[in-house]
Ligand binder design. Structure first.
Ligand code: GAP
Length: 506
């Protein structure tokens, strides 16, 4: 059975099984916004809780073998608008965009690439969308039609659209037109969502929805130092919503306008920053593997110098942890960025607020502004990666099962009476009541056992407990494993311990 599947297959399962729905669906939806259904909410919360546990409650040991010190906060989504001037988001947080005057499509300038004939500077240039095979094939077809012959790959010149001169842009054909010169020059668009605070309105009451959770952490640095007896190096973590008015939200929940982030700001001395940067790059990649993403689908990529965010420290940079999503394959898409932010943020907030934000090391008698290493992960994007990784086409009746790591599976076990009579429902109900005190379990007595297995396979439930005729005789039940569909019998009294054991070793 082929392991290939399309994004349509995954989106359809997410809808069918209650993972993710389009927001405002009954009104035709709203582009870039999504609602999580009961299964999606459990899955996302499990990923969120695993991050919080592994980063805040039980962080890894540091390079010196000592446990790290990390505390959590939950800051406001709306802050004083000066915060975003200081952070560089107002004024600097833009994407250069290209419009097609004919098709009215809008593209991120850095996502468009071009084909032309090598050495032919007067001929036409054909734009295509990065990682979009159909658009690339169509650009090559249009180019070959224009030169009236088939071209070998050696004859074709490729370059980024941003490298074209104004004259070259004027002879470029857009990805979805046949007409020359319909693409505009790249223009900047602000990604900040604004709103008005208070009833009177007006520009003086304008505020912004946060585009990242990180700034709430920097704003509270001194509050945490003054109240929590923390010593540098230490970290402050936050999970929460972020909002970006993305010009081209796309690929399901991959790029949306409202999403969640899981961010750690790790404060350290400048001299130790490089060591911590390497530590966090390694740990964060391992963590995603622990969540069930396989090594062949993950890669680390150093940002090119022209990609660096405005806060990234010169000469140091950012590593992206990337995942091979079905819509980027064989390429990869960003899942998490680990950035060396230097002391940019704390210094800017000192400058803009006029308040001292720094740290005094009593042992070394040294006052300084700590440097920051920031592992910043997408919770929504991480949930999508887990869904993509779990989707497993198979010959079984459901044709697919979701192979979630049991630790993050939305439902841990299902309990079925084989038939809805002969005392089986009573035993199953009792077992359900016992297990649900500790784990998320579902009771299902409707339809055939095969259909019930199929429903649980699509929901990604790792274990199904079946109460049958033998249970009445010898107190044993069947446990059916989601991945292998194999069955074993255990004593009903061992069911809770069995599940505890499987989940703790996941
Ligand atoms: N504080 C640093 C920061 O926000 P970022 O690379 O812009 O860095 C971090 O965002 C992570 O947030 C990304 O790696 C991605 O997982 C997630 N993210 C960013 N924009 C997103 C969007 N429009 N939709 C979903 N997730 C997004």
């Amino acid at each position: 059975m082929s392991n290939e599947y399309s994004m349509e297959d995954l989106v359809s399962l997410c809808k069918r099984r209650g993972f993710i729905f389009p927001a405002s669906e009954i009104y035709g939806g709203i582009n870039g916004f999504w609602d999580y259904g009961p299964m999606g909410t459990e899955l996302k919360n499990n990923l969120r809780d695993a991050w919080w546990h592994d980063m805040v409650h039980c962080p890894p040991m540091g390079p010196d073998g000592e446990p790290l010190s990390i505390v959590g906060i939950d800051s406001s989504i709306i802050q004083n608008p000066k915060v975003w001037e200081a952070s560089g988001h107002v004024g600097g947080f833009n994407d250069p965009m290209v419009d097609c005057r004919e098709s009215k499509a809008r593209y991120r300038a850095d996502h468009l690439f071009c084909l032309g004939v090598k050495g032919d500077t007067s001929g036409q240039i054909y734009a295509y969308i990065e990682n979009d095979d159909d658009s690339l094939a169509s650009a090559q077809k249009k180019l070959e039609k224009y030169v009236k012959r088939t071209l070998s790959s050696e004859e074709i010149d490729t370059c980024a659209l941003t490298e074209l001169s104004v004259e070259e842009l004027a002879i470029t054909v857009g990805p979805d037109t046949k007409t020359v010169g319909t693409l505009t020059e790249p223009r900047q668009f602000s990604l900040m969502f604004d709103t008005t605070v208070g009833a009177t309105g007006g520009d003086e009451n304008k505020a912004y929805l946060r585009p990242e959770t990180a700034q709430g952490i920097f704003l509270n640095f001194m509050n945490v130092v003054d109240t929590m007896r923390v010593k540098v190096p230490f970290g402050i973590a936050q999970i929460g919503k972020a909002f970006r008015n993305e010009v081209t939200p796309r690929n399901f929940i991959f790029r949306s306008r409202e999403f969640e982030q899981m961010e750690l700001e790790w404060f350290c001395h400048e001299d130790d920053a490089q060591q911590w940067y390497e530590f966090w790059c390694n740990y964060r990649k391992e963590w995603w593997q622990k969540m069930g993403l396989t090594t062949e689908n993950l890669q680390m990529r150093q940002h090119d110098s022209d990609e660096l965010a405005h806060y990234a420290k010169e000469g140091c940079g950012t590593f992206d942890i990337e995942y091979k999503f079905p819509f980027t394959a064989p390429g990869y898409g960003e899942l998490e960025g680990v950035a060396h932010r230097g002391n940019y943020d704390l210094s800017r907030h000192t400058e803009f607020s006029g308040k001292k934000i720094n740290y005094f090391d009593q042992q070394k008698n040294e006052r300084y502004t700590p440097h920051v290493i920031e592992p910043s992960a997408g919770l929504s994007r991480g949930t999508l990666a887990l869904l993509c990784e779990a989707y497993t086409p198979d010959d079984r009746p459901s044709k697919v099962f979701m192979k979630f790591n049991p630790r993050i599976a939305p439902i841990k076990a299902a309990i079925f009476p084989l038939v809805n009579k002969n005392g089986m429902p009573e035993i199953a109900t009792k077992l359900h009541e016992e297990i649900r005190k500790k784990h998320v379990v579902q009771y299902d007595a409707k339809q055939s056992i095969g259909k019930r297995y199929a429903r649980m396979d699509e929901a990604g439930t790792p274990y199904c407990f079946v109460i049958d005729g033998d249970t009445l005789e010898d107190n044993t039940i069947t446990v059916r494993d989601r991945d292998t569909a194999s069955q074993e019998r255990i004593n009903i009294d061992q069911a809770v311990a069995y599940l505890d054991d499987k989940l703790s070793s996941a």
